[in-house]
Design a binder for this molecule. Structure first.
Ligand SMILES: *Cc1c(COP(=O)(O)O)cnc(C)c1O
Length: 436
């Protein structure tokens, strides 16, 4: 590159971005007028933009970062694997680091006899689970089991299968003609939702392949919570009616709720488990569909036969991702990360109760572990309070992103007390400024 070209491109990152990058869930015609942060590098829990401004990453880079950025142990795990190999296919062949990761995960996932089918995104993990659940019945010669039961408010990713079991909203209603038919229980905010789900399972037991649920917290619904007791009831209904249970722990998994997996808090042992987001500590794209032994063994049969699961992704079981995921799992233990989630979670809850929940513009605060939603109560539609409050926080150096009028706080699992202070103080100021 010539010197003159270099200096001409030193500035105007937002314009350069808008000229060539298409951002998800983002209207590109107005992208540049919404003051996007263009990250240059990270510094622990902070992100530093191209102009040197610092932002506390209070949404964990959309719920994936767990131990912060530039964690030297994780950096080194990637570097060490680079000296071996970056990626080899898992179709028909194996890779040592993937075996080691799967063995380590097998010890901690809440399934009996777990088997790991890897993918690169949470949506693909869900897609795999849906297809496995369907074929599980077909492989046994049981036909007509092609429906799924999902909950209102559910979010399971953005592939066509994912949006079908997902509840819609966020502008995805335009895809309604593509969605396959799903039995829908009410959302978690309806106190009868598990009662109705149980009834739907009983009535449709012969056409249901599986029930899919986000255990404890529906993240994208704005942190809607359910109780461990309700989850246990749902599991009992699935067992009584011989329907598979899929737990989508893409958001809640890897410590976000205070236990390594949310299922643990309800003693839930699903047939299929979807993992993603935090699995690599937020370093590299990796997801997994975990099947229990009961499901897995129905796929065993003749070589090249019909019982095989004919599905696979090019980057399934990427070795760099596996190496960082394995180190990440050991760090969660070594650093006693789950204890910090519980302690900082309580602290966050207390501080929000004292300084934010009492503000007139706030309707509710919902929290499980460090997953938190602050629901605003705009007096009329179209005020865009969510967007304005988060923008006011970003201006003050705390990076957050709303879900409509719910302010999401999803700090890294290693967040400190003083960072909790900063987040709550900044949010309180922003809400007082905007919500009048
Ligand atoms: C984020 C999310 C997904 C989709 O994961 P991607 O990696 O974004 O495809 C699926 N389910 C839940 C519960 C999620 O929060």
């Amino acid at each position: 590159m010539h010197r003159s070209e270099e200096s001409a491109t030193d500035t105007g990152w937002v314009q350069r971005d808008a000229a060539v990058v298409w951002h998800g869930f983002t209207q590109m015609a107005t992208f540049d007028s919404n003051s996007p942060v263009i990250v240059d590098h990270a510094d622990g829990h902070y992100l530093v933009d191209v102009d040197g401004r610092r932002y506390l990453d209070a949404i964990s880079s959309l719920w994936v970062t767990t131990l912060g950025h530039n964690v030297s142990e994780l950096d080194n795990a990637v570097r060490a694997q680079l000296d071996l190999v970056a990626h080899t296919t898992l179709l028909g062949n194996g890779n040592r680091i993937v075996i080691e990761l799967s063995e380590a995960l097998a010890k901690v996932v809440p399934l009996d006899g777990p088997h790991f089918l890897y993918a690169s995104d949470g949506a693909s993990a869900v897609e795999q689970a849906l297809k496995i659940a369907f074929q599980f019945w077909t492989n046994q010669g049981i036909h007509g089991r092609h429906r799924y039961l999902a909950f209102g408010g559910a979010y399971h990713g953005d592939t066509v299968g994912g949006i079908s079991v997902g509840a819609g909203g966020f502008g995805t209603d335009i895809f309604d003609p593509l969605r396959f038919d799903v039995l829908r229980a009410p959302d978690f905010s309806d106190s009868r939702c598990f009662e109705i789900a149980t009834q739907l399972i009983e009535e449709n037991r012969d056409s249901l392949a599986a029930v899919i649920i986000e255990p404890l917290v529906q993240g994208a619904a704005g942190m809607q919570l359910c109780s461990p007791t309700d989850l246990a009831r749902l599991e009992a209904a699935c067992q009584a009616n011989n329907v598979l249970l899929i737990a989508d722990e893409v958001a809640v998994g890897f410590g976000r709720t205070g236990t390594l997996f949310a299922c643990e808090q309800a003693g839930l042992r699903p047939d299929l488990l979807c993992l993603g987001k935090g699995i690599t500590g937020g370093y590299l794209p990796m997801a997994a569909t975990v099947a229990n032994d009961r499901v897995y063994k129905e796929f065993l049969g003749a070589d090249l036969g019909e019982r095989t699961f004919y599905h696979g992704h090019s980057y399934s079981g990427n070795a760099l991702a596996a190496a960082v995921a394995l180190r990440h799992l050991s760090l969660i233990h070594e650093w006693k990360v789950l204890e910090n989630v519980v302690e900082r979670g309580v602290e966050l809850g207390e501080k929000l109760a004292a300084r934010v929940a009492t503000l007139p513009g706030v309707r509710a605060v919902r929290r499980c572990g460090l997953m938190t939603g602050v629901e605003l109560a705009p007096p009329s539609q179209g005020l865009r309070w969510g967007r304005k409050v988060t923008a006011a926080c970003v201006t003050r150096g705390v990076l957050i992103r709303p879900l409509g009028d719910v302010i999401v706080l999803m700090p890294p699992l290693t967040v400190t007390s003083s960072e909790i202070d900063t987040i709550v103080a900044t949010l309180a100021t922003a809400i007082s400024e905007v919500c009048t």
